[in-house]
Design a binder for this molecule. Sequence first.
Ligand SMILES: [Zn+2]
Length: 708
Amino acid sequence: MDTRKSLWLSTLLIALSGASLPRGAAQSSSTPFGYTSFSQQASIEEKFLAVPSAKRAGEELKTLTAEPHLAATPEDRRTTDYVAEQFRAAGLQTQIVPYRVLLNWPKVVRVQAYDSAGKLLMTGPTREHVEGDPFQDNPRVVMPFNGSSGSGDVVGDVVYANYGRPEDFKELEEHHIDVHRKIVIVRYGMNFRGVKVYLAELHGASGVLIYSDPHDDGYYKGDAYPQGPWRPETGVQRGSVQYLFKYPGDPETPGVASTPDLPDSSRISPDGNQPHILSIPISYHDAAPILKAMKGPGVPEGWQGALPFRYHLGPGGVRAHLVSQQDYQRRTIWDVIGTIPGTDLANEQVIVGNHRDAWVYGAVDPSSGTAAMLEAIHGIGALLKEGWHPRRTLVFCSWDAEEEGLIGSTEWVEQHAQEMSNAVAYFNTDVGVAGPNFTAAAVPSLKDFVRQVTQSVPSPVIGTVYQQWRQKQTGGDEHRASNAPPEEGVEVQVADLGSGSDFTPFLQHAGVPSTDVGSGGDYGVYHSAFDDYAWFVMNADPHFLYLQEMARVLGLEAIRMADADVLPYDYPAYARSVLSYLNAAEQKAAQIDGDSLDFRAVRSAADRFAAAAAKARSLQLAPPHNPEALDLSLRAVETDLLSPAGLPNRPWYKHLIYAPGEFTGYSAVVIPGINEALDAHIRSLAQQQITALTEALDRATQTLDSIH
Ligand SMILES: [Zn+2]
């Protein structure tokens, strides 16, 4: 593919020329918001930016991905010790923090399918295998399975339900196809896999096969690994089917930390966030014989994948026999937490995090993020050795068991719930580097902060990360990943925070202002055995220059937030976003229901919030006499946007502006209480949620007005 070739050439040229850091790259043309004078900080930043090394990041990646390291395994423990050792060497006060959490490991996973004459069509899962991958045959590669799957032994006719979205199940109903007691086969893509299983269960299915169609991340997109970056025939996407959109973390302890000494009597049944039916992820090698033999109506528009035959809805033609025996145990996982105490604002914490556990090797997901974080820490360690100390306390976190449901981060946030009001920012990275395209998501108050940080980091291609980001984004708003309208008056759209990574407990449970950064690309081996060092070097970042870039971005976010004169939150931007969300919701309400919903009170609350934000903004620009009091008031605004009661039917999710969609799972639904009540056509609930938001905005306004 052309883009890959030119990426390869440009990175090679840069690597050969040794031009890793353009001189003066740290000197932004204007003073970033939050600083009255930036000159001293600029020299600290320049020193920092010079340290993260592409070569060393590559070595760290190789070490982290030497073995498969599923959460709670001995190999995961080895990565724990390695990361802790790196933290300590950089001068961080380092702790390994264990939790005891419910995890399933697979004992038996089997799929067999028969045609109507009873002839065996396939037996799976087929072992993941391609020509020449050096890592694939390690006996510790875990068989494909779904975290949080049910156990069982079921037989049934097969029905195809496309992506398993609400509209897909509705379409089946319109064709009078009942999935009750059937095996539903769905393809990956468009929503979180847990939502697919949730809906299949709601519709009475007895089991689910989730397969990767070559249309979505295989040969239809480009050459498959090892010829290219896309998913090969036997590649399987493992993954959790936990009901993450209800609550993440240890399924037995919502709102409570699963510390090793937590008595079993304090744990609840995991029923509330786990499917009761079994689900099995399979490759298209294993799905093809099933789909090919299915009878029933031909699929509607948009349902045909890229396998070389016509797809049919079923039922009829194929019966499948699924066996899943899952070994559920409370197992010990390990977060690594490294702290650098602040000087004059030590009570305030700037937290940076990335998970460490992987389904298999996890070169991209998450080890590229870990390598970037370790290089950021090296840079900060070099500053510490020169006598620099951050004004605010820096906390670096290497989370465990993210893959099973954001467990390590959720338990830690739940354990430190009281201290979270002093956590002034959480900076996440997960899929640190899958290719050259920088992406970011953030709360509105930090969107401009992220843009400013990227203006100070050189791109491996030319110019700054910001310039490359802007260039690739022009002409599309595909990066928004939410139901929100695009932000007006900005060059670069920063996406909204939905879920699928460790920022969720920080923002959506505890109200900590958060960002998530990464560098994307053609990435077809997600959660397969092939997301390994060989794939990474061949496809994502051959010279580790984007690992270096991400280390610089992540480190600069931390340093700049830790040292700012005043917290650089942009509340006028927050108010504009809320107003635009309300406009969109009001239009939707009018279409659904005429004008029966009353938005007047919430609109005027949003206007008052905007006015208070503008006033606070001018005070943020003046030198503060009591920076700590000012900071804490500014910080409290995000907490004001939490609802103590939480969202309808999912009280763990408390944020009234951002949540993962109940039927999307990954992408954000903005003002979720209102929008989801509208989508469900429950007018009274929508009106009640409008009132909850009005009260939250009034709290935020009052907090901003208290600043002098
Ligand atoms: Zn991940």
